[in-house]
Design a protein around this ligand. Structure first.
Ligand SMILES: [Ca+2]
Length: 278
């Protein structure tokens, strides 16, 4: 979208008001927008436009000049959201990129300033913090634990009884809130077993991710140390972006045929927390 701001008056607004229920930024750590200036702002100055984000509860939660950009090129502008309380970015009701004509050094004699804008998106998203266990399904038994956790108010203590073939523990996101991981390169989660898998084995636990195109990732988790949190990082950059745009299931399942990894245990437990992407 091309925006032309003529330099007159005081402010030239250019905003989008997302309709109610607005946009929830609370689980994201980054806001990004791509900007292509048609003319160059002097290199010692910021751009003459301000980026402003307004929230229903938090008011104007961010209002900062856009940093100096290269004309004739696409630039990605990234806003770190982590310093803004999550409660104040749950209902973003306006995204405004406005020109203030008082930025005369930045405008530098131009009578009009023009930009292309594209691809507003969020990054570094929390996928699921295991804060609401009713979202999770499958044969495993789930219990909230508020003392052994790495994020938010609780973790999920997941108990897998070794019987049948697969013991599932999954979150189906629902059609209205599929997760777009096309801009992420890693999935991460924190996990803590209560008993030890023998050396030389992976965990009997498989992490599986499915999107509209089918299963896009399905691998055993490498061996963990009992009673200790490990952050597992999964590189998803090798999966085609088109195949991770609409993720609809995250599953942590135990496959009971992994007998050497199970090693005679009749049940296996893991604390899980902080499933996220960046
Ligand atoms: Ca949590």
């Amino acid at each position: 979208m091309k925006a032309s701001y003529s330099v007159s008056g005081t402010y030239k607004n250019y905003y989008w008001n997302p309709p109610s229920p607005y946009i929830d930024f609370s689980s994201a750590t980054k806001f990004m927008v791509d900007i292509y200036p048609l003319t160059q702002t002097p290199s010692q100055y910021n751009e003459p436009i301000m980026l402003k984000l307004s929230d229903q509860a938090g008011g104007a939660i961010y209002e900062v000049p856009v940093r100096n950009l290269n004309a004739g090129l696409w630039n990605t502008v990234t806003v770190d959201l982590t310093g803004i309380p999550a409660a104040n970015r749950m209902e973003i009701k306006q995204i405004n990129l406005y020109l203030w004509t008082g930025f005369s050094n930045e405008i530098n004699g131009r009578t009009a300033v023009e930009y292309y804008f594209d691809h507003i998106r969020l990054g570094g998203s929390k996928i699921n913090g295991f804060e609401k266990l009713s979202q999770w399904s499958g044969e495993a038994v789930r219990a909230a634990n508020t003392s052994i956790k790495t994020e938010g108010a609780q973790s999920c203590l997941t108990t897998y009884t070794i019987s049948g073939t697969w013991v599932n523990h999954y979150w189906n996101t629902g059609n209205t809130q599929k997760i777009d991981l096309s801009e992420a390169s890693r999935i991460k989660f924190d996990i803590r077993p209560t008993s030890q898998t023998p050396a030389g084995n992976n965990e009997p636990l498989v992490f599986k991710v499915a999107d509209d195109t089918g299963v896009i990732y399905e691998q055993q988790i490498t061996r963990l140390t009992a009673n200790q949190w490990t952050t597992v990082t999964i590189d998803i950059s090798g999966i085609a972006k088109a195949n991770r745009k609409s993720v609809k299931q995250f599953n942590f399942y135990v496959y009971t045929a992994f007998t050497s990894a199970i090693n005679g245990r009749t049940s296996i437990q893991y604390y899980m927390d902080n499933l996220c992407a960046n």
